[in-house]
Design a protein around this ligand. Structure first.
Ligand code: UN1
Length: 498
């Protein structure tokens, strides 16, 4: 396999069609090797201000372009992403660490989103409805919000950016995008694709930098009317309170503590496959990762045995090597957090059945690797069963009944994804009703959401909004109710009704 390379050693902001250099930079480290891939700008508030000023001008024009024509740009973006799928996937593996097969899947998720949202250019449905008065017409339609801010995480640096920017753009907004500083290459590549796709300058702008400077400036900027954020719980809550003060629309997608329930009538081998994929794929660094297994006591031992056997088969290392199944952890801070939870779990009395330690694998011993880890005999209340670890760590909790399984699943502060393995059709329907998460799977793991369905969760996972699906349009549009009176006289609603 030929490994692609970047043609630059320093990225630049993309503002109003210009590649703008800012002095200050920080290195982007390949988590598999510890090597520096490229330098990324650390911009400040002035770059955000400049971008918003340019975006405001561009948005006025863009909003007047008919939506089906706006969509043509997204089709073009989709074609270019498709053409460059392998390049994007390899660069994604280098900056994020996820294994190549998953990186290709993530790029595909972005391609799917491009074509799906391009289709919205010919829908963007509103409603027509009878008016209560004679010779009067009533309808509702979506209007763009203006300039919107999107803040995206390192764990899905291209897919999540497409979930947010594509609906925003097809709906007639301009976008200011702050990608995570750990994974800016996908933003650079996507900005280049937009540039080539014929998007008018200023409609998409990328400002690189830290949350505390660029992110904060975006949240504070009075002309950014929406902030759509995916990331940590603490940051999301701060953004929400500041946006609340400013009456700014905010869409949040934060943590998860997703569980797979394995009932006594489940296909155990299938459940094991689901657990392996959801808990250890992407090294557990997905919002949708499975980090709890809630197992019926009757099948606990069998499940444990088979799970341990499959865990031994997992290959860990640099994700560019196609034989590898589990890649590195994003950075040292991520590693430290996972290591802390090892101590917490042991102190709480959970039984460490596998893993629990750092690994020295990979090319030069400088990558961040952690062994797939299984804690057994965990209880629902333990911190390892309640808090998001964001690593290849799963806690096994045994229960006596279906009802208890549901209660344990729902007994956490988060509500993103859940799953049940069972062959009982009654339980399937009870579970999809009673599991309190935004995403529910039956006989599949907790990850693998498709882009034409709403993505998001209940409780501490967010604030009620959804990414992707047609629901994403609600974040980036205002509903406008329009009444046209063609009676030629003043007709008063609720009064002149007879
Ligand atoms: C995330 O982890 O934030 O459902 C996104 C999935 C992917 C997206 C995950 N399609 O696992």
């Amino acid at each position: 396999m030929t490994v692609v390379s970047l043609e630059t050693n320093k990225l630049a902001n993309y503002i109003s069609g210009q590649w703008v250099d800012v002095g200050n930079t920080t290195p982007v480290i390949n988590p598999a090797t510890g090597d520096t891939i490229v330098e990324v700008p650390l911009s400040d508030a002035s770059s955000v201000d400049h971008a918003v000023t340019q975006a405001k001008k561009a948005q006025k024009e863009w909003a007047l372009v008919p939506a089906p024509q706006r969509a043509e740009v997204l089709y073009q973006v989709g074609y270019l992403m498709k053409e460059r799928k392998e390049r994007l996937a390899q660069l994604l593996t280098m900056e994020n660490g996820k294994v190549l097969e998953e990186a290709r899947g993530e790029v595909q998720e972005g391609i799917d989103m491009a074509f799906y949202m391009a289709g919205e250019g010919r829908r963007l449905f509103g409603q027509t409805t009878p008016a209560e008065l004679k010779d009067k017409f009533a309808m509702s339609q979506r209007a763009p919000v203006g300039v919107v801010g999107i803040i995206t995480p390192w764990n899905f640096p291209i897919a999540i950016a497409t979930w947010k920017s594509f609906p925003a753009i097809v709906a007639g907004n301009a976008v200011i995008w702050k990608p995570a500083t750990e994974t800016p290459i996908m933003a650079y590549e996507l900005a280049k694709i937009f540039e080539e796709s014929g998007l008018p300058v200023g409609v998409l702008n990328v400002v690189f930098g830290a949350g505390s400077s660029v992110g904060d400036a975006m949240v504070q900027h009075k002309d950014l009317r929406v902030i759509s954020f995916t990331g940590s719980d603490a940051t999301g809550r701060n953004i929400a309170s500041e946006c609340g003060r400013q009456l700014k629309k905010v869409s949040l997608e934060m943590g998860g503590k997703n569980a797979i329930i394995v009932m006594d009538d489940a296909d155990i081998d299938l459940a094991v496959e689901g657990i392996i994929w959801s808990a250890f794929g992407t090294s557990g660094q997905r919002c949708t990762a499975c980090s709890r297994v809630i197992v019926h006591e009757k099948v606990k031992e069998t499940l444990e045995e088979r799970l341990l056997a499959k865990m031994e088969e997992l290959t860990i290392g640099n994700g560019l090597d196609e034989s590898i199944k589990v890649g590195p952890i994003i950075n040292k801070a991520g590693m430290d957090k996972i290591k802390d939870y090892m101590e917490i779990g042991k102190a709480e009395g959970a039984k460490l059945l596998a893993g629990g330690y750092e690994l020295n694998v990979g090319d030069n011993g400088k990558g961040n690797y952690f062994a797939p880890t299984l804690f057994s005999n965990a209880t629902a209340e333990m911190r390892i069963s309640q808090e998001e670890i964001f690593g290849p760590v799963v806690s096994l909790i045994s229960v006596k009944s279906f009802e208890e399984a549901i209660e344990v699943n729902n007994g956490v502060d988060f509500g993103l994804s859940s799953s049940i393995f069972t062959t009982d059709v009654n339980r399937v329907f009870q579970a999809q009703r009673d599991l309190d998460t935004g995403i529910v799977y039956v006989n599949a793991g907790t990850s693998g959401a498709e882009i034409h369905l709403p993505f998001g969760g209940t409780k501490g996972t967010g604030n009620g909004h959804r990414d992707s699906g047609v629901q994403a349009l609600d974040v980036f549009t205002e509903w406008k109710a329009v009444y046209v009176d063609y009676s030629g006289k003043l007709q008063r609603a609720q009064i002149d009704v007879d």
